[in-house]
Design a protein around this ligand. Structure first.
Ligand code: DGL
Length: 260
């Protein structure tokens, strides 16, 4: 079989990676996509790093066994915990991770103030510490762990009074204290509540996420490997989740939810 016709696998702890998949489908509509969410074990962001690594390696092995031409870890938390071993194991395909989009936020102005919203695991991880080290002289970076936020998205609550209240309680003190120029959405679930975050933060705060950058990196790596699809007709998206009832929510998030 022509390798260019194989699917690109996307993995997340749940439905959040759909925000990255959306960007990839928009950029490369002729590709075949295979999405797997591990909602049965979500959230990952409050688990131990060893558990997250083991779960990610296990699901990556299942995806690889199905015959794929690239693997996208569409989860900041799983990337932080497992991207190194994954790249050591799967040397014959591009393995793409995602990290908080701190670079464009830090470079947007002269020493901006930037809030990074992410899971507790991501903000406590070595990868995030390294990222902070790179930009700490260019920006004031305020990490903001958001335990509980991904769960609202997992329940399909994108604009309910409860999630609005949660975000107000979380963001208002940080907005008042730090007057940020930018907010970085460092978890792939959060773009689905971006319209609410926008309302709470106000129009002058720029909001960044890593989805589009990750899709461009995927395209670059596929091109470099000679794996880009040669087709011009639209490809397909196959969605699976360790909780089968979640696939309908994934479909809705892919087809109708706004992330801008
Ligand atoms: N979507 C995941 C991320 O980008 C994390 C959600 C979780 O806690 O499982 O970090």
């Amino acid at each position: 079989m022509d390798r260019r016709d194989l699917p690109i696998a996307f993995f997340d702890s749940g439905v959040g990676g759909i925000s990255v998949l959306k960007e990839a489908v928009a950029l490369m509509p002729a590709e075949q996509y295979l999405y797997f969410g591990d909602s049965a074990n979500a959230p990952y962001g409050t688990r131990k790093i060893e558990e997250i690594r083991a779960l990610t390696l296990e699901h990556a092995a299942h995806l690889y066994a199905q015959g794929i031409k690239a693997l996208v870890i569409a989860c900041n938390t799983a990337t932080s915990a497992a991207i190194r071993p994954l790249r050591e194991i799967y040397t014959d395909i591009p393995v793409i991770g995602i990290e908080p989009a701190l670079k464009p936020a830090a470079l947007m102005a002269q020493h901006p103030s930037v809030i990074v919203m992410a899971t507790p695991l991501t903000v406590a991880g070595d990868k995030f510490r390294d990222l902070l080290g790179k930009y700490s002289d260019r920006a004031d970076v305020i990490p903001l762990a958001c335990p509980g936020l991904m769960e609202y998205v997992e329940q399909g609550c994108l604009d309910t009074p409860q999630v609005r209240q949660y975000l107000q309680d979380l963001l208002t003190p940080a907005l008042t204290e730090h007057h940020p120029d930018a907010i970085v959405l460092g978890c792939t679930h959060y773009p689905f509540v971006r319209p609410l975050i926008r309302q709470i933060a106000g129009p002058s705060v720029r909001i960044f996420d890593g989805g589009a950058g990750t899709a461009r990196e995927l395209q670059r790596r596929l091109r470099e490997s000679g794996f880009l699809s040669a087709h011009t007709t639209p490809g397909s998206v196959q969605i699976k989740d360790s909780l089968p009832e979640k696939t309908a929510l994934c479909r809705m998030l892919l087809e109708t939810a706004s992330i801008s």
